[in-house]
Design a protein around this ligand. Structure first.
Ligand code: PEP
Ligand code: MG
Length: 596
């Protein structure tokens, strides 16, 4: 934990005239008599906000394996307690579903029904009859029901998550502790959690949650993806922040990565300025360019057709990364040709006349696909992942390339294709051959393994472009799992070693002579300050979540190419990642005035 104290900068004269309900709550809750203290973490989505926190209750822990009914409690009494707890959970989920809308409402309604599901309650009652405590019985009964649903596949498999969700809630009710999951509040709040899971997205109400702060979770964790998709300021790995109490007023700075307790008038003004600027930042005119007119196409990363439609509406100049594995994450079997064609065409149709870079399935590590990956690998991130799955599952890659080609026919999108996890020029040659065989004319590869960065020149003899996957390039260069909060300081693309690998990749492309495009599609492209450095290093296009387009465009437009090159040199010469980031940010004052 990095926690520092400083004297409050509050102004005696009182509260500012604040523009939003969240800020008003914050100002009135600020205790000017207490000293301020700061928690430092990693800023993963810029933005400044003041507000009261709500803590996400801790996960419900599994009852002891041999937990029995307490002596003196009959099985009838324990079963009745279980039924009452289940009904209470159902009632609270129903009440919340009335407040929710859209997908969140559907999830809550389905989960409420699951809480009193007769199959679930009856099998738990049976276990209680055999001597188990009510908590242990519902735990085991839910595990069996979830396994059975998962085995059925398709929509039924998705319900297995609901069963596990209600299990935690029923156990919490039986224990008399707060229910797990996103807390519910009528007024806006800053959510403080250990970390968030993808499933939390459904119940997170963006009209109530002002910002996200986690005590754990790395810069590539799900919290970051959720925060960026919803446009919420976010700080991760702020160790110790979960020791604060509900209602504590804090200032979150998602650019600086800090959480200040008991903020003063200065922070309130910074938050007001950010809220005012946010409206301007929502606009991207559809052309990424520097101050001197140098063009830097800004594209979007998408996981399917609906993302692509949203990205096109946000002005994206094309798709720099279609993560095709996201179309099939719930599949136990290889998608058919027709299913694939439909999934890819939805994306192509959103970008007529524009570039769409399709990445072949990046299965493995944190994105296992049962039909391609082996769950028992000891080191999945170093295992049969991405392009390498063609070794263990021959034919899947060829069939995917056929599907991409078929989907591209009759659309106006310019379809480029790239392979993930390429480590050698030989692999790039093989991939290019497969693309050619499938009738795909623009093959490329991702540079996310350090060996590919070091051999970019040889690789580019075989393919037409490369795209730097800075998330994995960082994890592999620094030998630091990208999901882990404790390794967050290692896992940043500002690391000198990562910047050097990017520089070497560009140098390799230039040495090859044809100036073949070097794009970036990792999260580094979404960091406005780093985007300037990337352009200064010679990167030709940037691809990011659609929400980041306007902020990146605004900062790029504030520098010339010569200035960007100077900032890139400054970053390269810095001894540490922290120094590199600080030096560059200090030279881009617009970041601060826009609250980025
Ligand atoms: C990357 O590694 O930077 C990347 C874009 O791929 P993914 O995050 O899907 O692994
Ligand atoms: Mg990757």
């Amino acid at each position: 934990m990095q926690k520092t104290s400083r004297s409050s900068q509050s102004n005696e004269s009182g509260k500012a005239d604040l523009p939003s309900a969240g800020l008003r709550t914050a100002a009135s809750g600020t205790d000017q008599s207490k000293p301020a203290s700061t928690f430092s973490g990693f800023g993963v989505n810029p933005g400044r906000i003041v507000g009261p926190i709500m803590l996400m209750p801790p996960m419900v822990h599994e009852p002891a394996k041999d937990e029995q009914r307490v002596e003196g409690t009959s099985s009838e009494e324990a079963t009745a307690a279980l039924q009452n707890a289940a009904k209470a959970v159902q009632a609270s989920l129903r009440a919340r579903s009335v407040e929710a809308s859209g997908a969140g409402r559907e999830v809550l309604e389905a989960t409420a029904l699951m809480a009193i599901d007769p199959m679930l309650i009856n099998s738990a009652a049976k276990l209680i009859g055999e001597g188990a405590s009510a908590e242990r019985a519902i735990w085991d009964a839910a595990a069996s029901v979830a396994k059975m649903l998962h085995g059925l596949g398709g929509l039924m498999a998705e319900r297995s998550t609901d069963v596990l969700d209600v299990r935690g809630r029923i156990v919490a009710e039986l224990r008399g502790v707060a229910a797990p999951g996103i807390p519910f509040s009528d007024s806006p709040y800053i959510l403080v959690a250990e970390d968030l899971a993808p499933a939390d997205t459904a119940t997170l109400d963006p009209s109530k949650v002002l910002a996200l702060v986690t005590s754990s979770g790395g810069p590539q964790s799900h919290t970051v993806i959720i925060a960026r998709a919803l446009g919420l300021p976010a700080v991760v790995a702020a160790a110790g922040v979960n020791a604060l109490t509900d209602g504590t007023v804090v200032f979150v700075d998602g650019g600086a990565g800090t959480v200040l307790v008991n903020p003063g008038i200065e922070e309130e003004n910074l938050a007001k300025a950010w809220i005012a600027n946010r409206a301007n930042l929502a606009l991207f005119d559809g052309t990424g360019r520097l101050k001197d007119g140098h063009l830097v196409p800004l594209l979007s990363n998408v996981g399917g057709a609906s993302d692509a439609v949203a990205a096109a509406a946000a002005g994206a100049q094309g798709v720099g990364l279609l993560r095709t594995e996201f179309c099939f994450l719930d599949r136990d079997t290889e998608p058919t040709l027709a299913e694939q064609v439909q999934a890819y065409r939805g994306v192509f149709d959103a970008f007529p006349g524009k570039k769409v870079v399709v990445r072949t399935l990046d299965a493995g590590a944190d994105k296992p696909l049962p039909f391609l990956t082996d769950a028992s690998e000891p080191n999945p991130a170093l295992g049969v992942r991405g392009y390498r799955t063609h070794i263990t599952s021959p034919g899947v890659l060829e069939r995917q390339l056929d599907a991409i080609h078929q989907a591209s026919e009759g659309t106006e999108a310019q379809v480029w294709v790239m392979a993930p996890m390429i480590a050698t020029a030989e692999e790039a040659r093989h991939f290019a051959e497969l693309c050619c065989g499938a009738g795909l004319t623009t093959p490329g590869v991702m540079v996310e393994v350090p060996s590919a960065a070091l051999t970019a020149e040889s690789i580019l003899k075989h393919v037409d472009f490369v795209s730097l996957g800075t998330n994995d390039l960082t994890q592999y260069a620094m030998a630091a799992d990208r999901q882990l909060g404790p390794l967050a300081a290692l896992n940043t693309p500002w690391q000198p070693a990562v910047l050097r690998l990017i520089q070497l990749t560009v140098a390799g492309a230039r040495a090859e002579g044809n100036d073949k495009p070097v794009g970036v599609c990792g999260e580094a492209a979404a960091d406005p300050a780093l985007a300037v450095v990337l352009v200064g290093l010679g990167v030709s296009s940037l691809s990011m979540t659609a929400r980041a387009l306007s902020a990146v465009a605004a900062i790029l437009a504030s520098v010339t190419l010569v200035e960007a090159q100077h900032l890139a040199e400054l970053a390269l010469s810095a001894p540490t990642a922290t120094d590199a980031r600080r030096l560059v940010r200090d030279n881009l004052p617009l970041l601060n005035s826009l609250g980025l």
